[in-house]
Write a protein that binds this ligand. Sequence first.
Ligand code: PMP
Ligand code: GLU
Length: 398
Amino acid sequence: MTDCLSITVKRLSPSATFAMAQRSSELVAQGIDVVNLSVGEPDFETPSNINEAAHAAITNNFTKYSAVSGYASLKEAILGKLSRENGLEYNISEIVISNGAKQSICNAVLSLVNPGDEVIIQSPYWVSYPQMVLMANGKPVFIETTQEDNFKITSEKLEATITEKTKLIILNTPSNPTGAVYLANELESLAKVILKHENLFVISDEIYEHINYVGKHCSIASISGMKDRTVVVNGVSKAYAMTGWRIGYIAAPKWMASACNMLQGQYTSGPCSISQKAAEEALLGSQDCVEQMRLAFQKRRNLIVGLVSEIPGIEVMSPDGAFYLFPKCSFYFGKRYGSWTIKSSTDLAMYLLEEGHVATVAGDAFGAPDYLRLSYATSEERIIEAAKRLKESLNKLR
Ligand code: PMP
Ligand code: GLU
């Protein structure tokens, strides 16, 4: 019967991040102690002032449909955040709130991309970008980056990749999975290239904005001329430990915001009313929790970099942002243990899960077949345990 499925759906792959998290939960349900470094979500609890705002929202009957693009009060809070933290001045009609930044990005891709349009994506990339482009029947075009160029695209590479079919560029800073952070001058040189081409747009995914270990975040929209060409994507999942609340948003030129609003009005309506009230408190309340979590992530980053660097055959680059370590592991390809033969990062991730009880995500899913992604958004104790298990299991491979 799967033959009956649409061509669009048949073209897609399942989300590898969630697939590994699911497999890890299945092992846990069997009573196995798995250290889960697969899905990227802060292990911290949502700060209590935010939880209380959600309770108050229920008590005060914020339980009906909101406007499709979200409550005006949350949009005002977003406008304040963009002005205060990013130096970006938007109008309320240029904000659309969605069910997570994932939907925000997908709305923007579906609003812009026609069949056959090319969409430039930095590689390694977050698993969902190419899939969203495929949903729109567009063509993902990758710009490869390596450890040598700190996993960042250059203006030369960008210029060489743009064709008359290029409609969109998806940028992600700080980046999942590499942790790369673009500096203002690097974004300026990318912007120069973009502005030379009419009708070329950028989706700037800034969901890891606050998990940055190298200085101030820069949004490409703040570069002269770029605001009209950029869809800024952000949300509360990562900075406020609110992954389950499902609130993300865009700030974009009004014609783009209106298109996303229209799309959303037909297939999801506005996001959860209670979550919107919680997100409002996240943005308006004390920001101390954001810095506390960032410092904890930085400490964990230093810990995991140190521990994983000691494992023979693994090449580690210390990430500048987000909460992923993205080590090169291809040294282990071709090696064996028992009935296991490691031919790819997918084999290695499965081996580490089944044999070492550490859940990671294979680099294959991010367009980087020689790598593994380890989310260090977990306690120091679990990171130490994971590193020990990784070392032991990799050591068995001959
Ligand atoms: N962008 C990137 C790069 C991500 O890693 C994620 C995963 N959380 C998202 C967007 C989506 O975030 P959410 O839908 O939870 O807001
Ligand atoms: N963004 C997180 C990750 O990369 C959550 C999973 C997802 O949204 O794909 O693990």
